[in-house]
Design a protein around this ligand. Structure first.
Ligand SMILES: CC1(C)CN=C(N2CCN(c3ncnc4sc(CCF)cc34)CC2)S1
Length: 490
């Protein structure tokens, strides 16, 4: 695996953002595959020099122009690259691993090399631990960073079949002649035994959101560059971002977008949408269309099994006080989660739905019920319908799961929200409840959602709440009971 080529070396020393973009363009557009280790070291060095406190004096003294960066010398980058190259080549005796395709032993061996060279104990959720710069200068990596380093290590060894697989909260690798082998290479969450070396579960975990029903983003080399760019973290502290790092990330994401490498990567499109909302670039599409592209991508390539595209879009609508639209996005997010079983590995998405249900929606109810405008969302039946669909999805998510989702803390905001809608508004929503003997979860494999035999969730959205004379399907008993209770009460 050669390091930089002459056309790349000529760009050093790097002093500004356009030069970094040029380096990425060279790497992405040339015939040989982009060098993951080199690109991760470059952006990691820039991110760390602009966000880690150790250089705080430097930031105060230097004049900061919008696209000026700390000077990055070629020699410093080459030293870090050869250090990574030597760690990997020194630890893996290629005579033991026949090429051209990787084996599970090889992947596990590279994962062990990274794993065993990390600092014994450190705060794993800290920022700026995702790049090879962090690995080579601090021996620290976060969960994503370990998976990325394994793929970069396999690239150094010449195994071009090893690729990054990404769900919405976990990363693993695929490999082999047909790219159909999978292996865990990093840990997930807190206090969970790592499953490194094992193939991605077909058991209970397969039904959890964490593995997105076997619809992960399978990266090409170019999409692995998009993943390392997406993982750039501009945050300086809890409240501020380093301006140049955010700008660099935005420019690199637009480069990848223009080259077509974000088409099958919904979260990267969402990341770019968030950056565009903060600092819109002239001549570029509106951020809302990026959120829509992310949703279309998830629907086209991942069988609409991803939640985040809808929460990106819902978050945008919420921030812009477009509450009716936000309810629809969140109901669509809920239609995704309802077909999963909640498992202990799904904390991240649980927190996402908890915040929407118990913080964001109550806030909307508060500000909306203070006024009396006839245009209020409290007068709109489609808002009530989407809220019921949102809550119903969470109820169905819980059904059939080993771990409960709802608790009393959910009920108060839920009832409070529903009772804000007058009976004449609620009456315009047509709810048809399934017959009691019609089991909500058909046992036969009617949907190919989970192609196992013992348990099926219907692959139709659990319930549709639409205005009168629209057909609707079955409703979770607790929602049915709730709306009945409201009718009695009011
Ligand atoms: C709507 C939101 C709450 C805003 N940010 C979100 N994310 C920020 C960016 N994220 C990501 N962005 C690009 N690629 C990846 S791969 C991955 C799983 C660990 F490897 C996460 C993730 C995760 C989700 S979701």
């Amino acid at each position: 695996m050669a390091g930089f080529r002459e056309i790349d070396k000529a760009l050093f020393p790097i002093k500004n953002i356009p030069t970094v973009v040029h380096l990425f363009k060279n790497q992405l557009e040339n015939s040989t595959e982009p060098n993951l280790a080199l690109l991760s070291i470059v952006v990691g060095a820039i991110e760390n020099s602009l966000t880690c406190r150790s250089n705080i004096s430097f930031q105060i003294s230097e004049p900061v122009e919008p696209s000026s960066l700390p000077i990055l010398e070629l020699q410093a980058v080459e030293e870090m690259y050869s250090k990574f190259h030597n760690i990997i080549k020194g630890a893996v005796d290629l005579k033991n691993y026949a090429k051209p395709f990787a084996t599970r032993d090889l992947v596990k061996k590279v994962s062990d090399v990274i794993w065993n060279s990390l600092t014994r104990s450190y705060y794993k959720d800290r920022a700026h631990l995702q790049s090879l710069y962090s690995y080579l200068n601090g021996s620290k990596l976060d969960c994503f960073g370990v998976a990325f380093a394994v793929v970069a290590g396999c690239q150094v060894l010449g195994f071009s079949d090893v690729h990054l697989a990404l769900s919405e909260d976990h990363a693993w690798v695929v490999f082999g002649e047909y790219s159909n082998q999978t292996a865990e290479v990093t840990w997930h969450g807190k206090g969970n035994e790592d499953k490194r070396g094992q193939e991605i579960g077909r058991g209970v975990s397969a039904r959890s959101w964490l593995y997105v029903n076997n619809k992960p983003v399978i990266c090409t080399r170019h999409m692995e560059v998009a993943a390392l760019v997406s993982a750039i973290n501009p945050s300086l502290n809890a409240t501020h971002d380093a301006f140049e790092v955010g700008l660099l990330q935005q420019e690199l994401l637009w480069l990848l977008y223009d080259l077509g490498h974000l088409k099958k990567y919904p979260m990267a499109l969402g990341n770019l949408g968030d950056l565009e909302e903060i600092a819109p670039k002239d001549g570029r599409v509106q951020c809302i269309s990026l959120f829509n592209e992310a949703i279309q991508s998830a629907r086209s390539y991942y069988n609409n099994q991803h939640v985040y595209p809808y929460t990106y879009q819902g978050g945008y609508f919420y921030r812009h006080k477009m509450y009716k639209e936000a309810f629809e996005s969140w109901a669509n997010a809920s239609d995704v989660i309802r077909l999963y079983n909640y498992s202990r590995d799904d904390e991240e998405i649980y927190k996402e739905f908890l915040e929407i249900a118990n913080e964001l929606i109550p806030h909307i109810m508060k500000v909306e019920s203070s006024g009396f405008s006839s245009n209020s969302i409290l007068k709109k039946p489609e808002c009530f319908a989407n809220l019921l669909r949102f809550y119903d999805g969470i109820c169905q998510w819980e059904e059939g799961s080993a771990t409960p989702v709802l608790h009393i803390g959910w009920a108060k905001p839920l009832v409070n929200t529903i009772s804000k809608f007058d009976s004449d508004v609620r009456a315009q929503v047509n709810i048809i409840c399934a017959d009691s003997d019609e089991d909500k979860h058909s046992k036969e494999t009617n949907g190919n959602f989970f192609n196992n035999n013992n348990y099926e969730k219907e692959n139709t959205a659990g319930a549709k709440f639409e205005e009168k004379d629209q057909s609707t399907s079955n409703v979770h008993p607790s929602i049915e009971a709730l709306t009945a209770a409201c009718s009695e009460k009011l």
